[in-house]
Design a protein. Structure first.
Length: 65
């Protein structure tokens, strides 16, 4: 999966309980790979609202190609 604006495969999600806490992950292909530094990560699914790590795009993961 790639960002539709810039093609980046690195994203982050916000913690629903604390919007200032973020969790980074990568999406090479159809896999969701969490950042190894965030072992206490929230569950990331295809319904998760994701934010591109490089540009201003954000949306649900299921909208990505």
């Amino acid at each position: 999966m790639k960002c539709p604006q810039c093609g980046c495969q690195e994203f982050y999600a916000k913690d629903p309980r604390d919007p200032f806490e973020t969790y980074r992950f990568m999406c090479p292909g159809n896999d969701i790979i969490p950042d190894p530094d965030n072992l206490d990560q929230v569950e990331i699914t295809m319904q998760t609202e994701a934010f591109c790590d490089r540009c201003s795009w954000h949306g649900r993961l299921d909208t990505l190609k």
